[in-house]
Design a binder for this molecule. Structure first.
Ligand code: SF4
Ligand code: SF4
Length: 382
């Protein structure tokens, strides 16, 4: 076990790194009771808060890296303590000391070098869009709205289908949209939550420079994580940022997008943490689904504010989680239990984790995983 620090200096380090919220905590334990980790193993955020309060920082434990930043604890805390701020503050200290799990260190280095956490080549970022006819504003094209694609939707073959579905939908609805091509870089949402504040600030500066250079005023994101960062953490009030479900719901409401085909299946919707609990977007995804002819929407045991995290936030996409500890396995079971044939979501990380669970649980005959955009594409095809 690593040495512990029990001193005022450690308390100040956490406070200075943004974790001063621990002072409000009165140790009721509700955060621990509501944390999804306790469905699969023991994890005690309230204990970490006490340790932080007294400067008892054990730098050697893996617990600092468990938090998925799902925000369930904050939503339940009677004193408004943001446990996430404390976790991220602790991670910042560990990052500064170079005590980062190797897979997270690799992901951070990959963002620095290639602009994405998987280390894929920067100059291949927009390959997915070849032949789709979408405008590239960095090549002199003009567009009313920017589709901020994000890393997983640019590089991951499964999530690329979502990017392509959205381009097709925009094209059918006559929406003038462009992308930043290979100049787009990671939004930094997870980088910040892994405690790499300096890198996050570099990414913000880079992306804001691009938005200004190409006169971007309206952005639609594919990922709720990009939506959260660009909307809440980029500090540019002139740029309007929407998640694609908000944008599609508006198109449906105003009659600009109509559904011509039926989707005769029982569907349940998984609320992504960064769309739901972090940003309060619960109704728009459901509004789109409810308008689709033939689709029957049912709710799982945990939904809306109580949605069960998929396990992929806060950098956990780049940490191996033991099979018996995957929240996404529990979610797949919840979907099957309510009789759903399709588990639909609106987040690339949720999609990848749920797809992985479906495969490893061998439940592909019982359930499909889809993104909302993929169903919308199906019902708007002639
Ligand atoms: S729920 Fe809030 S007040 Fe209660 S232990 Fe957790 S952080 Fe402290
Ligand atoms: S944000 Fe989620 S994972 Fe992190 S401590 Fe709170 S409830 Fe647990």
């Amino acid at each position: 076990m690593e040495a512990k620090v029990l001193c005022k200096e450690a308390v100040d380090m956490i406070k200075n790194a943004g974790g001063e919220a621990f002072r409000l905590c009165f140790q009721c334990g509700l955060c621990t009771a509501s944390c999804p980790w306790n469905n699969v193993r023991t994890f005690m955020p309230h204990k970490i808060i006490t340790q932080s309060k007294f400067g008892l920082v054990d730098r050697g434990v893996e617990d600092w890296w468990l938090c998925t930043t799902c925000n369930m604890c904050f939503s339940r805390c009677p004193r408004g303590v943001s446990t996430i701020d404390i976790m991220v503050a602790l991670r910042r200290i560990l990052v500064e000391e170079g005590r980062v799990p190797i897979t997270l260190r690799d992901a951070l280095e990959a963002v620095f070098k290639q602009g994405n956490p998987w280390g894929r080549a920067r100059n291949k970022r927009s390959e997915w869009a070849a032949g789709l006819g979408i405008r590239d504003v960095t090549q002199g094209d003009k567009a009313d709205m920017l589709l901020y694609v994000g890393c997983a939707p640019s590089y991951d073959p499964r999530v690329q289908k979502v990017s392509k579905a959205l381009v097709n939908i925009f094209s059918k609805a006559g929406i003038d949209v462009g992308i930043l091509g290979n100049e787009e870089t990671c939004c930094g949402n997870e980088v910040r939550r892994m405690g790499e504040k300096g890198l996050f600030e570099m990414l913000v500066e880079h992306n804001l420079e691009l938005f200004h250079k190409y006169s971007i005023n309206h952005i639609v994101t594919i990922s709720p994580h990009c939506y959260n960062a660009l909307k809440n953490e980029y500090q540019d009030n002139k740029i309007e940022v929407k998640h694609y479900t908000q944008f599609l719901a508006e198109l449906v409401d105003t009659g600009k997008l109509a559904f011509s085909n039926h989707f005769e299946k029982v569907v349940t919707y998984h609320d992504p943490c960064y769309l739901g609990r972090h940003n309060g977007v619960y109704d728009e995804p459901r509004r789109i689904l409810k308008r689709i002819p033939g689709l029957k929407l049912v709710e799982m045991l945990d939904y809306r504010e109580n949605s069960l995290c998929c396990g992929g936030g806060g950098g956990r996409m780049w940490v191996e989680t033991a099979k018996e500890e995957r929240f996404s396995d529990l979610r797949v079971n919840q979907a099957v239990e309510v009789g759903a044939k399709v588990l639909v979501t609106s987040c690339p990380f949720c999609m990848l984790n749920l797809e992985d669970s479906l495969l490893t649980m061998d439940k592909g005959d019982e359930l499909e995983i889809k993104d909302i955009s993929e169903i919308v594409q199906e019902v708007t095809e002639k």
